[in-house]
Design a protein around this ligand. Structure first.
Ligand SMILES: [Zn+2]
Length: 140
């Protein structure tokens, strides 16, 4: 299943100090505003796990939805797939049906990297976290 994914607040993709590429605010994003939905295709969790295994740990953007479904953000993708994990994030992720939406937790200023607390991941707490936050939990 493919959907149209809109980004209300455009982001710029550039190298990140956290990991690989990151998504940076192009303008100010007011608190609690919806930034947009992550592009992707809806697949089964079983297929998602197979793809994660095949691609390696860090090159995928996979979000588990509900009912055995997952969103693969590497296909039909948009820039929001580059939002990195932080233990003190400035956005939060909300799953609405098959949509993975990002909202600003506070005002985000121009040039800030967008980050999100991934919560429990397929890494099962084994991947070292490099978010750099003083409150970093160490692993994701
Ligand atoms: Zn961290």
């Amino acid at each position: 299943m493919k959907c149209i994914y809109r980004i209300a607040f455009p982001v710029r993709v550039a190298k990140s100090r956290i990991q690989g590429k990151g998504a940076y605010a192009v303008g100010t994003i007011p608190p609690r505003r919806k930034i947009g939905s992550m592009g992707g295709v809806v697949i089964s969790v079983r297929e998602a796990r197979r793809r994660v295994k095949a691609a390696g740990m860090t090159t995928v953007a996979m979000v588990e939805l509900w009912n055995g479904l997952a969103l693969d953000g590497t296909v039909n993708s948009n820039d929001l797939r580059y939002i990195n994990h932080s233990c003190t994030p400035n956005t939060y992720m909300r799953v609405m049906g098959v949509h993975v939406e990002f909202y600003a937790l506070r005002e985000i200023t121009t040039g800030e990297e967008l980050t999100c607390d991934y919560g429990p991941t397929h890494h099962d707490g084994r991947l070292p976290c490099r978010c750099g936050s003083p409150k970093c939990r160490g692993f994701i």
